[in-house]
Design a protein around this ligand. Structure first.
Ligand code: UDP
Length: 236
């Protein structure tokens, strides 16, 4: 399997066509953006970390009954995935208050919720990814009722699996963002990535941030945080 023409370049990844019409190659970059694209930078080694971690979690989730787009890791930055049509919703699960939730509702970060929450943002850069509810997503034909039901069910399942896994690494899974795609037969699968770019990870003892918030908030130690998560997951 090798790369043919580039199909798409996003903020953190490039996507290439392959010889197989049903598969594409994702290539992870070290580029990072935050604050709706206003903040730009690089996090050295991030592409390789996010590639490896995402693939590890996708395979773990497959085993737990969550269908994913993962096919095969090619090298440290590139992975073959099934071609999907992305459902234009960012699906956010939260276990602990942080980020935009804390800001929106005027509460501190770190409140542990009795139940996880779910919310959607409409993936639309021109509109700055506005918060959207499922009725509005339906009205805009972003997904069907059945797809939204399935996405919610899979997102909570992902949370159950990952939350328990990270706790064993002494990491609190505060919140994270998922994206889902449709295969050509309409099956909904987990797509995109699961990494310190898309999850908030806090050390369970100290609440030290081990994720992209260190970049977003100019806290320093960004590479160290990504490397520490790599060490906890893979023991290296
Ligand atoms: N997130 C993401 N991409 C986005 C927005 C959010 O991966 O475009 C992730 C983010 O890393 C965090 C979770 O989704 O783990 C919730 O983010 P939040 O809504 O609090 O937004 P933020 O404070 O990051 O703007």
């Amino acid at each position: 399997m090798s790369k043919l023409q580039q199909l798409y370049e996003g903020k953190a990844k490039r996507v290439y066509a392959t010889q197989n019409a049903d598969e594409v190659i994702v290539s992870y970059k070290d580029d990072a953006t935050a604050l709706d694209g206003l903040k730009k930078g690089t996090i050295s080694g991030k592409g390789a970390i996010n590639n490896r971690m995402t693939n590890f979690f996708m395979q773990m989730l497959e085993k737990e009954g969550v269908p994913t787009h993962f096919v095969e890791e090619l090298n440290d930055r590139e992975t073959v995935v099934k071609k999907v049509s992305i459902v234009p919703l960012e699906v956010i699960i939260r276990n602990i208050s942080a980020g935009s939730f804390a800001k929106r509702y005027g509460v501190e970060e770190g409140i542990v919720f009795a139940e996880p929450t779910i919310e959607f943002s409409y993936k639309n850069d021109d509109l700055h990814d506005p918060l959207i509810n499922s009725y509005h997503a339906l009205a805009l034909n972003l997904a069907t009722k059945e797809e939204i039901k399935r996405i919610k069910e899979l997102a909570f399942k992902v949370n159950d699996v990952l939350k328990a896994y990270f706790l064993k690494l002494n990491v609190k899974l505060v919140d994270f963002k998922l994206e889902f795609g449709r295969l050509s037969d309409g099956t909904i699968v987990l797509a995109d990535e699961i990494s310190p770019d898309t999850c908030r990870f806090w050390d369970a003892d100290t609440n030290e941030k081990l994720d992209k918030d260190r970049f977003r908030r100019d806290m320093g130690g960004v590479e160290d945080a990504y490397n520490e998560m790599m060490r906890r997951v893979f023991g290296e």
